[in-house]
Structures are given as structure tokens and as C-alpha cells.
Design a protein around this ligand. Structure first.
Ligand code: F6P
Length: 354
């Protein structure tokens, strides 16, 4: 099952699981469709080698996914009203109906929190971490992150050329939820002049001072890379919408528009905002992510064979290992403001608004 927000590399995991489990170990593999919704409504398909042929370079997930189908808070219509219900019993019943030996659940923080609860109810869960945000603690790097960085960096490269032609400030907003990994990595790789991340609240005065200094030194354009979760000192993140049934109900977005307005007003430099949005989640996985996702999928099958349930595949250094799922959830892995990449890029003149 793939659940939560999609990311490049999910099909690579499904491919590795099916090829190894079915072809090498003669197991039967069933795929549940559309995340936990498939388990709740018993939407399942048998997966054979031929079903995963040709999907290595295809983004998204052939199984479909959902980041709102939460068995513990599932929205249903009753007497004309939408209410949230605990339908986890139904999910457990379907797991038993299929006589499953294990359920490989590919997901991020929200999905693994649900998976951990199901494991407590006796389901044999093997977790596989995925997220473009790279914010899962317990694992060093998630597949999907590298592909998102490539997309964001390419966009920043393109914004550079138009910024140069028009002598503008371009503010580009990237995803990442409450962690600044995507902004930091794409900002450094793309040569951003200011990088704003949730872990370092920004002072708008300092951001504008940096941009003014660049303009006064003859640099006629600037790039500001801002994480969707960035917030001003003493202020709040910019919330786009609330999705009640989602394991993480807050949807961020729009800080770039707010910043662009403030920058233009304070500096009189012509400024434009770009919000990259879901393009960062789509498209083909990079070769790096294909390798990482293949390693995750194959490790998950080994864990099923070894009956390592209630645990999640994890990358430590360059070694695949596994940890209890409940050690990976709850606390996010965020950027440390003191990490060398932040310290050195500050020395190189990149502003973080602090
Ligand atoms: O967790 C992945 C992610 O893409 C975040 O970076 C982003 O905040 C969120 O999902 C967007 O969710 P949705 O697809 O519901 O808009």
C-alpha cells in the first residue's frame, strides 16, 4: 500500500517488492488501492511481475494514494451530513479477510502514525518511509527528496535567467511542510541569494537589507528561496487550508506572495513570486532515488521474511537497517540552524533573514 502524499520513487518500491517477493520467493502480493481507503473498502489487486514492468521511471504510484483516507478519522455521509468516524475495524477485517502475512505500508509521518496504531491492533506492518520533505526522523534520507530537489533547482535556474533580464527580485516558494530541507538544498544548489526556512524565523528588515545591498553593489537581480513553512520572527506560518480528516490537517502555502509584496514595498525593487507547488512531487524519479527506492523495497521484503513487524526500513549512513515505527514518528527531522551547510553558506553571503 502506498499512502499519504505521493513522491517520485513509489513505483520503484512496488516494482522491487513484487519482483523479489513474487519472482524470487514465490510469495503472493496484493496491492491495496488509494492508500488506507483501499484497505477500508477492500479495493485490492493481485500484483504480478507483468504489472510492474516498465514502471521504474514512472512518477506517482500505480496503486494510487490518499492523504485524507484515515481509518481512525474517516469522513462518511450520514443523514445528509459529513461526519468523521473510526472505521479502523473495517480495515482490520479486510486485512484478515485476505489472510495477509504482512502489510508493507509506504508512507510519511502521517501514514506511519496510522500504521503504528494498526500494528498495535495486531497487524503485521512493515513500514517504508517516503517523502519529498525528508523530514522523517529515524532515517537519514528518504527517496523522493532528490527528485524534488532536481525539480526545484531546475526551476530556480530558469527563474535566474528571467530575473537577470528584468533586473527583478524573484521569490520562489518550495514545499517541505515544517522542515526546510527542500529550500536549503535547492536554494544552495540553485544559487539562491536569500534562503528562508521554518527553522530560522526571518526578520523582513534583514531580508530587504540583503536585497538592497546586492542592488547597491551592482547586482541587478536577486533570488529568494522560501520554504512554505517559513515564518517571520514572532509570526505564524502561512496556512492555505485545513483538511479535517487528514493525519496532518494543515496545508501550507502562499508565503511567497506575502514576502514579494513586502519586499517590493520596502526596497522598491520590482519583485515577482512563484509557487512551485505539486510539480515538486511529480515526474520521473532521479537515478539516485531509483537506487534508494529499490533498496527500500528489497529491504521491506527481507523484513517480511524475517518477521520484523512494527518496524520501518531506515537508512543509516549508507547502510539499510530497520527501527521500530514508533521511534520514527511524532518528532520531525528538521534542519539544524548550526549545521555546516548553513554556516558555510552564510559565510558565502547567503542571507537567512536572521
Ligand atoms: O508532505 C509532502 C507535501 O508535498 C508537503 O511538502 C506539502 O506541504 C503537502 O504535502 C501538500 O499536501 P497536499 O497534496 O494535500 O496539498
Amino acid at each position: 500500500m502506498t499512502a499519504g502524499g505521493d513522491c517520485p520513487g513509489l513505483n520503484v518500491v512496488i516494482r522491487a517488492v513484487v519482483k523479489i517477493a513474487v519472482d524470487a520467493y514465490k510469495m503472493k502480493v496484493v496491492g491495496f488501492l488509494d492508500g488506507f481507503g483501499g484497505l477500508i473498502h477492500d479495493k485490492a489487486v493481485m500484483l504480478k511481475s507483468r504489472n510492474v514492468s516498465g514502471i521504474l521511471s514512472v512518477g506517482g504510484t500505480i496503486l494510487g494514494t490518499s492523504n485524507i483516507a484515515n481509518p481512525y478519522k474517516y469522513s462518511v455521509e450520514e443523514r445528509g451530513k459529513i461526519i468523521c468516524k473510526d472505521v479502523s475495524g473495517q480495515a482490520i477485517k479486510n486485512y484478515k479477510k485476505h489472510n495477509l502475512d504482512a502489510l508493507i505500508t509506504v508512507g510519511g509521518d502521517g501514514t506511519l502514525t496510522i500504521a503504528s496504531k494498526l500494528a498495535e491492533s495486531g497487524l503485521n506492518i512493515v513500514g517504508v518511509p517516503k517523502t519529498i520533505d525528508n523530514d522523517l526522523s529515524g532515517t537519514d534520507l528518504t527517496f523522493g527528496f532528490d527528485s524534488a530537489i532536481v525539480t526545484a533547482t531546475e526551476a530556480i535556474d530558469k527563474l535566474h535567467s528571467t530575473a537577470q533580464s528584468h533586473h527583478r527580485v524573484m521569490v520562489v516558494e518550495v514545499m517541505g511542510r515544517y522542515a526546510g530541507w527542500i529550500a536549503l538544498y535547492s536554494g544552495v544548489a540553485g544559487g539562491g541569494d536569500v534562503i528562508l526556512i521554518p527553522e530560522i524565523p526571518y526578520d523582513i528588515g534583514k531580508v530587504c537589507k540583503k536585497l538592497d545591498e546586492r542592488a547597491m553593489s551592482g547586482k541587478r537581480f536577486s533570488i529568494v528561496v522560501v520554504a512554505e513553512g517559513a515564518r517571520p520572527v514572532g509570526g505564524e506560518m502561512t496556512v492555505r487550508r485545513i483538511v479535517e480528516t487528514s493525519p496532518d490537517k494543515i496545508r501550507l502555502g502562499g508565503v511567497a506572495n506575502r514576502l514579494a509584496e513586502q519586499v517590493e514595498k520596502a526596497t522598491h525593487l520590482e519583485t515577482r513570486a512563484t509557487i512551485l507547488g505539486h510539480v515538486q512531487r511529480g515526474g520521473i524519479p532521479t537515478p539516485f532515488d531509483r537506487i534508494l527506492a529499490t533498496r527500500h523495497g528489497s529491504e521491506a521484503v527481507t523484513m517480511v521474511l524475517e518477521k520484523k513487524f512494527g518496524r520501518m526500513v531506515a537508512l543509516r549512513g549508507n547502510r539499510m537497517t530497520d527501527i521500530p515505527i514508533n521511534k520514527a514518528i511524532g518528532k520531525l527531522k528538521t534542519v539544524s540552524p548550526d549545521m555546516p551547510l548553513v554556516r558555510y553558506t552564510k559565510l558565502m553571503g547567503i542571507g537567512f533573514g536572521d
